[in-house]
Write a protein that binds this ligand. Structure first.
Ligand code: GLU
Ligand code: MG
Length: 440
């Protein structure tokens, strides 16, 4: 800890907004060990900032006053950055009003409440992790998955692993991916809200390392025209109150426990509405779609990478890490999605499946795009929304998901999305890609 020794000790108190950009204010004297963290002032209308430098119409305008309260559990300090940069210190925050009451429009508060419902109503907890894909821009393009691709990107990847280790988020796996200079990094899973926090932490640390090395990277769903797509697949497993996984059951269908089957069935039932929370940008629809390994249909599959929800096997035995058993991998999600709202939506959908005792759809062993319309109809498989307009309309029709929002949050979210759709209505796809690549 290097508190109190000059300007390099700024700690950023950060909040993740509705377009999944992280914004905040700096504190010169934050010490996560001795204080719960002083709050900093915040403005409700900050939620209405878009990803392109604008502010959309919103319910608060210039009025209202909030506080960002940093959570010491999320404190990160990285002081071994390349190029002798000042340490990068930050803590993630929740929003409260001036009476210290949780602000219901804060995405982190929405997830806290949803995770609380999962525990109170079902005695369940969620362990989750994001697979982060990103592209390195402006470099010659090596061949996919090759060690050549990985080594050419150095020292980026090694510096990312060092920084993530220092951030305490347990980097697990780093790999060159299929797209042009595309890489993937995963970190250890975490419980509940901490899992969404970790998703934010990993991205911000990777971005800082790239800045330190003067490399341009993007987590945008599309790296460049024809250059590949970045997903942010979310793996989920359910645990009981003692921390034991209740995901697997050797006697259950597909080896899943009854409760996880119903939970997965709930996610399947709400996939169209979830698009509005998980693939929530205009550019998201240049990624999701058939034959892209990003999911184009409402299909469930065991070990099928064209499925929207894939049952993924657990870690290989002998990996030296605790075996967590299989996980549910939610694939139509990207880095323009606020991870708190996306996860809250997925959990709310899963809980609806448990409550209504929904049956899990049949697992599809082929690419659903290879089936004809009749076969898909027979299996209950539908195309996922193919545009942001359709996704927002599906979200609007989904009461389970819209119940997560208070009126003001809903008004702000729909205002942002309407403005985003209009902004790009006549823009050529390649220019859309460039605009989001810059923002993310
Ligand atoms: N890049 C793909 C996506 O956009 C995922 C590839 C993979 O399965 O890792 O989702
Ligand atoms: Mg991947």
């Amino acid at each position: 800890m290097t508190t109190g020794d000059g300007p390099s000790t700024i700690t950023w108190v950060l909040h993740t907004d509705l377009v999944n950009l992280v914004r905040g204010r700096g504190l010169p004297d934050y010490d996560p060990v001795t204080t719960k963290g002083p709050a900093v002032g915040w403005v409700p209308a900050d939620l209405a900032l878009d990803a392109f430098g604008g502010l959309v119409e919103n319910p608060w305008g210039p009025t209202g006053e909030l506080r960002l309260v940093p959570d010491p559990e999320t404190f990160v300090e990285i002081d071994r950055l390349p190029g002798g940069r000042p340490p990068f210190r930050f803590a993630l925050a929740r929003c409260v009003d001036l009476d210290d009451v949780s602000w219901p429009s804060c995405p982190r508060v929405v997830l806290e409440r949803t995770v609380g419902r999962l525990a109170d109503e079902f005695g369940l907890h969620v362990l989750a992790a994001t697979e982060h894909e990103f592209g390195l821009l402006g470099q010659p393009v090596p061949l996919p998955f090759t060690v050549d691709a990985a080594r050419r990107a150095e020292p980026l990847l090694s510096a990312v692993v060092t920084a993530l280790t220092q951030a305490g988020v347990g980097p697990e796996n780093v790999l060159p991916e299929f797209g042009h200079n595309q890489f993937e990094i995963t970190a250890e899973p975490a419980m509940g809200v901490a899992a969404a926090d970790r998703t934010v932490i990993v991205r911000e640390v990777v971005r800082e390392v790239a800045r330190a090395l003067d490399r341009e990277i993007t987590f945008s769903p599309v790296i460049g025209p024809g250059a590949g797509t970045n997903g942010a697949h979310l793996h989920l497993s359910l645990l009981d109150t003692d921390g034991h996984s209740v995901t697997a059951d050797p006697l259950g269908e597909h080896g899943l426990s009854p409760v996880t089957s119903r939970f997965a069935a709930g996610i399947m039932a709400h996939l169209p509405g979830l698009s509005g929370l998980c693939t929530p940008s205009v550019v998201s629809y240049q990624r999701v779609g058939p034959r892209s390994w990003s999911a184009g249909y409402t299909a469930f599959g065991v070990a099928n990478r064209e499925a929207a929800l894939r049952l993924a096997p657990g870690r290989p035995s002998g990996s030296g890490r605790p075996g967590l058993g299989p996980s549910l991998e939610f694939r139509p999600i990207d880095a323009t999605a606020n991870p708190y709202l996306a996860m809250a939506g997925i959990l709310a959908a899963g809980m609806d499946g448990i409550r209504r005792n929904l049956p899990l759809p049949r697992s599809i062993a082929v690419d659903p795009d290879q089936l004809d319309d009749d076969q898909r109809a027979e299996l209950g498989i539908e195309p996922l929304p193919r545009s942001l307009d359709d996704a927002i309309a599906a979200l609007e029709r989904d009461d389970v998901l819209t119940d997560l929002f208070d009126d003001e949050l809903w008004a702000c979210l729909t205002s942002l999305k309407r403005q985003e759709i209009e902004r790009f209505r006549a823009t050529p796809p390649s220019r859309i890609v460039t605009a989001y690549a810059r923002a993310y």
